[in-house]
Design a protein around this ligand. Structure first.
Ligand code: HEM
Length: 417
C-alpha cells in the first residue's frame, strides 16, 4: 500500500531528487505484477534497458496524455522537466507518494506535494512510458527551440495523410507524450495528474485519453480480450515471449538511427471512433467476413482454432477466398505488407455520447514498432478494409520512445548528452 517513506521529489526541484530516488525502482525491484491484472497489479521496475509499458503484460486501464512545451522553455528547462518527471515516475510506479510529506504532510504554507487520490491504493502494475513528438525537434515554424533538430531520427516525422482520415487537431500531435497503464483507473489518472502538475509552466496538456479493457494481449499468459465490436483482439499480436520477433520488430537497433534511440521504439496512437449503432445492425456472418475471423472463438475463416495461422489460399465451394480480400486480418497480415509487424497495445474508450445520441466510443489504437514505416505500410493496406465503413480515425500521433533510464539517470538523457 502507498506510503510516504520516500519524501524525495519536490515539485520543480529540477533533478535534485533523481539520484536519491534511484534507490527504488531499479531492475532489482521485484516484477511481481500478475499477467491477468487482478486490480492489485503488482509492481514493475521503472529503470531498465527498455521503458516499461511496451512488452509489459498489458494492464487493464489507460490514461494517455500528450503535452505541448511552453514557448518560454529552454534546453535546460526541458532537461529539468524530464528529470523531474523521471524522479516522480520512479515513486509512482513503486506505489509511493510524491514529495516531502506526500499528500497529508509537508508545509502549512504550500499545497501538498502529492494530490492524494491514490492514498491507500497499491502500485496497481503502473507503468509510465515517455515519448518525444516530431515537433519537439522542430516546431511548426521550423524553429529548433532546444538545439536538438540535428538529433531527430529520420524515422520520426509527422505521419502522412491516410485515405479516410478525419483527424481533429484536438486529438492529434504533441511535443511530449506519457502513457500511463495500470490495473486501477484511479492510479493511472493520479499519475498523469501529478506529472501534469509537476510540468506546470513548462508543458501543458494538449489532449488526453482514458481507456478501459485492453484490446490486446502482450503475453501468452493473458487471455485474448475483446474490442467494442465484440471480437477477440490481440490474437496474432507480437507477444513478450517472441523474443526474437520483438527484438526484430519492436526495439530500435544500433544501426537504425541516432545512438540515443538504441533500445527505444516508436509509438503510434490513433483515436478510432466506431460507428457502433450501424455495426450492431450488421448480420453476424457479415461481421465475421469483415474481420476475417469468427466472433466466438476468434478462429480464422480458413479454419482451425484461435491460434491457427490463416490460410489465404483456401477457397470455398464457389472458388471465393475463405479469408475475404477486404477482411481486416488479411489486409493487416505481415504477408500482405512486406513482413511489417507491430506490437499492438490499444484500449477501448467511451467518451459519453454525441449530440445525435450515439455512443462516442471506439478503440484508442496504440502500436509500438521499430520504425513508423511499418505502421504506415499496414495503415495504407487497410485503405481497402471493409471495416472502414464502421470506423473514423479522428486522432493521430507519433512519438520516439527512448530506451529506459538507468538508476540515477532520466528518460531521454541520451538526447542531451
Ligand atoms: C488484427 C480489430 C485497427 C493492425 C485484428 C483483429 C481484430 C482487429 C479483431 C484480429 C485479432 C488479432 O489478431 O488481434 C481492429 C479494429 C480496429 C483495428 C476493430 C479499429 C477500430 C487496426 C489498425 C491497425 C491494425 C489501425 C494498424 C494500422 C492489425 C494487425 C493485426 C490485426 C497487424 C494482426 C493481423 C495478423 O497478423 O493476423 N484487428 N483493428 N488494426 N490488426 Fe486490427
Amino acid at each position: 500500500t502507498r506510503r510516504g517513506l520516500f519524501g524525495l521529489v519536490g515539485v520543480g526541484t529540477a533533478g535534485l531528487a533523481v539520484g536519491a530516488a534511484a534507490a527504488v525502482g531499479t531492475a532489482a525491484a521485484v516484477d511481481a505484477a500478475t499477467a491477468e491484472g487482478d486490480g492489485s497489479g503488482g509492481v514493475h521496475p521503472f529503470y531498465g534497458e527498455h521503458q516499461g509499458g511496451i512488452v509489459t503484460p498489458a494492464q487493464d486501464r489507460l490514461h494517455f496524455a500528450a503535452f505541448d512545451v511552453s514557448s518560454t522553455l529552454d534546453r535546460d528547462g526541458l532537461v529539468g522537466l524530464l528529470q523531474d518527471w523521471s524522479a516522480a515516475a520512479v515513486l509512482l510506479t513503486q506505489g509511493l507518494e510524491i514529495g516531502e510529506g506526500g499528500a497529508v504532510g509537508g508545509s502549512d504554507y504550500a499545497p501538498p506535494s502529492d494530490t492524494g487520490e491514490a492514498l491507500g491504493l497499491p502500485a496497481a502494475g503502473l507503468t509510465l512510458t515517455f515519448g518525444f513528438g516530431p515537433t519537439l525537434f522542430t516546431d511548426a515554424d521550423g524553429v529548433d527551440r532546444f538545439g536538438i533538430a540535428d538529433r531527430r531520427p529520420e524515422a520520426l516525422a509527422a505521419l502522412p495523410r491516410f485515405q479516410g482520415d478525419a483527424l481533429q487537431p484536438a486529438w492529434t500531435g504533441g511535443d511530449l507524450a506519457i502513457q500511463a497503464c495500470a490495473d486501477n483507473p484511479q492510479v493511472a489518472v493520479h499519475a498523469i495528474r501529478n506529472l501534469s502538475r509537476i510540468a506546470f509552466g513548462r508543458a501543458s496538456l494538449r489532449w488526453s485519453q482514458l481507456g478501459f479493457g485492453r484490446t490486446s494481449s502482450t503475453t501468452r499468459a493473458q487471455q485474448t480480450p475483446r474490442n467494442l465490436f465484440g471480437f477477440k483482439d490481440g490474437t496474432a499480436n507480437l507477444k513478450a515471449e517472441d523474443t526474437a520477433l520483438v527484438e526484430e520488430h519492436v526495439w530500435t537497433g544500433s544501426g537504425d538511427g541516432p545512438a540515443w534511440m538504441t533500445g527505444g521504439s516508436y509509438l503510434v496512437t490513433r483515436k478510432i471512433r466506431m460507428i457502433i449503432e450501424n455495426w450492431d445492425r450488421v448480420q453476424l456472418q457479415e461481421q465475421e467476413s469483415l474481420v476475417g475471423r469468427t466472433k466466438g472463438e476468434g478462429a480464422p475463416l480458413s479454419g482451425g482454432t484461435e491460434f491457427t495461422e490463416p490460410d489465404f489460399s483456401a477457397t470455398g465451394a464457389t472458388g471465393e477466398p475463405l479469408m475475404p480480400t477486404a477482411s481486416h486480418v488479411r489486409l493487416a497480415h505481415p504477408d500482405q505488407n512486406g513482413g511489417a509487424r507491430m506490437l499492438r497495445r490499444g484500449y477501448n474508450f467511451v467518451d459519453g455520447n454525441d449530440e445525435l445520441g450515439r455512443l462516442d466510443a471506439g478503440l484508442f489504437f496504440i502500436s509500438y514498432q521499430r520504425d513508423p514505416a511499418d505502421f504506415i505500410a499496414v495503415q495504407r493496406s487497410l485503405a481497402a478494409d471493409g471495416l472502414n465503413e464502421y470506423l473514423r480515425h479522428v486522432g493521430s500521433a507519433v512519438f520516439a520512445v527512448p530506451p529506459g533510464a538507468r538508476p540515477g539517470g532520466y528518460v531521454g538523457s541520451g538526447l542531451f548528452a
